[in-house]
Design a protein around this ligand. Structure first.
Ligand code: GL2
Length: 836
């Protein structure tokens, strides 16, 4: 406790194209003034938190002008704006990335150092914003960086959660969840905009008034005030600052009359405000109860309604005519959570703007696009019809109309095919299917990797694709090289820049030039040095935080991601157990020393995943304390995995574990970050792993296991028989038995759930089935590692071919194919790429 993941130092030589125009002297002066004005005290007497806050405030001053200019230019040029609606934005710390993108990093570092301060220490003060959960949220954050850096007029629309998902602590090997009070010391990057607050309405009923034209009057509703907080999103050295708008729920208590001396009315008012604020308290409220479900639905509507109202208000203020709306505005729906954008835009266009149904529908479909991020059935949201009707009575009527309109067109295409129509309907068996609503109400539906899109088109959404094939397309995910190389691995960034020049930061495809150097001894030597330096930094953190000593000369093998059965942390564990058994049998076994690193949160109610964490920690206890294996293997579970911790782990990793059951991981994005940092992937042919293999070639990645086609074929045939595999493989049998036979001394029956799911419940995720090929793949990996020049060539090839996994590439594709924003209509010319 108390130890936070640190941050890397950027090197001065990483200067990019445009300079900030601010000198070290001026920075020092501005910073001193800022501290004094904010705290009425001298720099020498304020705390680190104060110093951090003052620094953020100063950086905000510096970016105010480009922010304002960006908004003015958008207004002046009338450029088409994209709004990316997402329930999560996993931003990570912002001080480092904002300084870097503003081109102020070196100046700031130098200025602080002359003042006797260390930028790294101050960056470490920042809490990770608790605005997301996993890959989907981090992807949204990468996209914000790319949109601004590409000069695209694209903004985020999200929620300002009072508390993050949870803070994970490991107590006695178990995950314990603590409140993630990330806002406790304030969040200095956002600006509260109370004057731009809007009202969102829930409940009540709808009266239909008909005098020539039918009117829908929504009455008896409850109003919640949505207050926006704007976070600047700084583009990389291009003078662009876009906006991430985060919404917070508040009650309007000023209208409640209090009894004299307080009294019961005031009490009620305070209680009321608490129920209102609950709406933006946490991400993904527990939905196991009716109230919990209602809260989730309300939260989604809150985001959507507030966001759309503010977009339309802004559009109106700039004299936009609604007929032009789809040419000026694109709205992107990130997964199903913001799908209510569709009926809400219709509601505004019908009820408030008095458009006809046809006009409103056409505008809506042309404006909206949707990305699907998973085929897991539990993530394809549906709502009970009566709950939906109670919480959102007007939207319910609209969704019913869309459903009717859609089913009628299905009837024309498939007359008499009731079964198909009920499978494809938006409302069926008293449930509202959000993915169906998304497909119907958007002009574009995309998956996030080629395989995932194929599965959507040919399986999960096949009937929809047959009906409207032109909507479906693929956009393989990407990650920003600015955070995931330049910021988190400055030594590598420096080496790349020294080798091929600095253009790769903006043109990541130029990383391919590294290929020429991959067998070069001097380059390899440097690469090795960089990796070692990053391992030392991670080892230092692990020592301070967990008291475990890591061997920095061992292979760092990492699996860091949410804990989930399909991601198969258990397969990794079984393999480590087998390796440990081999070492016990033969202490002289010639293997490379290994450090197996795990990290990730398990959902609060996901019991078997929480037990997997205990399993990993039990294995760590056993292995790390067994002197007889002479430190040949170590296992560590790093607590509270988040963006900052990822920034420390990824650059230090040699082997990237990407081992889901094929067909389940829509894309994966961690795989891309590891690759960019020169780790070699051991993975299944799933999600973006397949495209990584295509990019690096099969010599530079180790693949194993069933293919998606094979997995799906097994499911069609009713599964497979894990007993046969278990009987046939002695080493596997031994480790499976060890789950329950006292091998983990204090565990008792704790891991029987794992044992049963593998042997008695059909091993749904093919852990046993893939075990032998996973073990063989690890052996290949070790062989390659032993031949250091071969290994380093593999690492270099991974970096060299990672350019296509930049979110800059992905976003250019979204812009061109989906939102129809052409780069030549972008609002900035090259000469304007200055912040001052
Ligand atoms: C996910 C997918 O599981 C993951 O494979 C994908 O890379 C990301 C981003 O597209 O989206 N879907 C999802 O709900 N989460 C993901 O990480 N949390």
């Amino acid at each position: 406790p108390g130890v936070k993941p640190g941050t890397a130092v950027l090197d001065a030589a990483q200067a990019g194209p445009a300079d900030s125009g601010i000198t070290v002297e001026q920075f020092k002066q501005d910073y001193r003034n800022k501290v004094e004005r904010m705290y009425g005290d001298g720099l020498e007497r304020v705390s680190d938190l104060d110093k951090y806050n003052a620094l953020v405030s100063l950086v905000r001053d510096y970016l105010a002008e480009p922010w304002l200019n960006t908004k003015e230019k958008y207004r002046r040029t009338g450029a088409k704006q994209v709004y990316y609606f997402s329930i999560e934005f996993l931003l990570g710390r912002l001080l480092g990335s904002n300084l870097y993108n503003l081109g102020l990093n070196e100046v700031c570092q130098q200025a602080l150092s002359e003042l006797g301060l260390d930028l790294r220490t101050l960056r470490q003060v920042e809490e990770d914003p608790g605005l997301g959960n996993g890959g989907l949220g981090r992807l949204a954050a990468c996209y914000l960086d790319s949109m601004a850096s590409l000069g695209l007029p694209g903004h985020g629309m999200g929620m300002r959660y009072r508390y993050g998902l949870f803070e994970q602590r490991i107590v006695d090997g178990y995950q314990r969840e603590y409140a993630d009070d990330w806002l406790m010391d304030g969040f200095y990057w956002d600006v509260r905009k109370p004057a731009e607050a809007v009202e969102v309405r829930f409940g009540g009923n709808v009266r239909i008034k008909s005098n020539g034209k039918t009117q829908y009057i929504h009455e008896g509703y409850e109003t919640v005030l949505a207050v926006p907080y704007d976070v600047p999103v700084v583009g990389y050295r291009n003078g662009m600052v876009n906006t991430l708008r985060l919404w917070s729920a508040e009650a309007r208590l000023s209208e409640v009359v209090c009894a004299p001396q307080g009294g019961s009315d005031c009490q009620k008012a305070v209680e009321y405000s608490q129920t209102v604020e609950e709406l933006s308290n946490i991400l993904y409220p527990d939905d196991s109860t009716y109230e919990g479900k209602a809260l989730r639905l309300k939260q989604q509507y809150f985001l959507v309604s507030a966001g759309l109202q503010s977009i339309i208000r802004n559009y109106r203020e700039n004299n936009g005519h609604l007929r032009e709306f789809p040419h000026k505005i694109a709205i992107h729906i990130n997964d199903t959570h913001p799908v209510l954008c569709i009926p809400e835009l219709l509601r505004i266009l019908l009820d408030e703007e008095q458009l006809t149904w046809e006009e409103a529908w056409n505008i809506t479909v042309q404006t909206m696009s949707y990305t699907n991020h998973t085929i897991l059935p539990e993530a394809l949201e549906t709502w009970p019809e009566d709950l939906f009707r109670t919480v959102l009575p007007r939207l319910y009527l609209i969704v019913r109309d869309i459903n009717e309109y859609y089913c009628r067109s299905l009837w024309e295409a498939y007359p008499g095919d009731w079964d198909r129509i009920s499978r494809m309907a938006i409302i069926s068996y008293n449930r509202i299917h959000m993915a169906h609503l998304a497909i119907v109400g958007c002009h574009s539906v995309n998956g996030v990797a080629e395989l995932h899109t194929d599965i959507l088109k040919n399986k999960i959404m096949k009937e929809f694709c047959d009906f409207s094939p032109a909507k479906f397309n693929n956009k393989t995910n990407g990650v920003t090289q600015r955070r995931w190389v330049s910021l988190c691995n400055p030594a590598l960034a420096q080496l790349i820049t020294d080798t091929i020049g600095p253009r790769w930061v903006e043109h990541p495809q130029e990383l391919a030039q590294l290929e020429r150097h991959s067998a070069d001894t001097a380059f390899q030597h440097h690469l090795l040095k960089v990796k070692l330096q990053n391992k030392v930094a991670l080892a230092k953190y692990v020592k301070e935080k967990h008291g475990i000593t890591l061997d920095v000369n061992s292979i760092f093998d990492s699996q860091v991601k949410r804990i989930h059965a399909y991601k198969r942390q258990t397969l990794n564990v079984l393999h480590i157990m087998a390796l440990y058994n081999r070492l016990k049998e033969n202490p002289l076994l010639d293997i490379e020393p290994h450090t197996f690193i795990f990290g990730g949160k398990a959902a609060v109610n996901y019991h078997i995943a929480k037990n997997t964490i205990k399993l990993i920690n039990s294995l760590a206890d056993l292995v790390n304390n067994d002197k007889s294996i002479r430190d040949k293997i170590k296992v560590v579970f790093l607590e509270n995995y988040n963006v900052s911790l990822a920034e420390l782990i990824i650059p230090a990793t040699d082997v990237s574990e990407q081992i889901p059951t094929a067909s389940y991981e829509a894309s994966g994005t961690g795989n891309m970050k590891f690759m960019m940092n020169g780790a070699v992937t051991i993975g299944t042919l799933d999600g973006a792993n397949i495209e990584i293999k295509q990019a690096v070639g099969e010599d530079n990645i180790i693949v194993f296991g069933l293919t998606a086609e094979e997995v799906l074929a097994y499911y069609r045939g009713g599964g497979y028989n894990p007993w046969e595999v278990y009987q046939d493989n002695e080493r596997l049998r031994q480790v499976v038995d060890q789950l329950i036979n006292g091998f983990f001394p204090a565990a008792g029956d704790l891991f029987r759930g794992h044992f049963d799911s593998l042997l008695h419940q059909g091993d749904h995720f093919f852990v046993l089935k893939d075990f032998a090929s996973y073990e063989a793949a690890h052996q290949v990996l070790d062989e390659r590692y032993k031949d250091r020049p071969v290994w380093l060539k593999m690492c270099s090839a991974n970096i060299a071919h990672s350019g296509r996994f930049s979110s800059d590439r992905t976003f250019a594709e979204y812009a061109t194919d989906i939102w129809h924003i052409r780069p030549d209509t972008l609002p900035f010319s090259a000469s304007e790429k200055q912040i001052r």
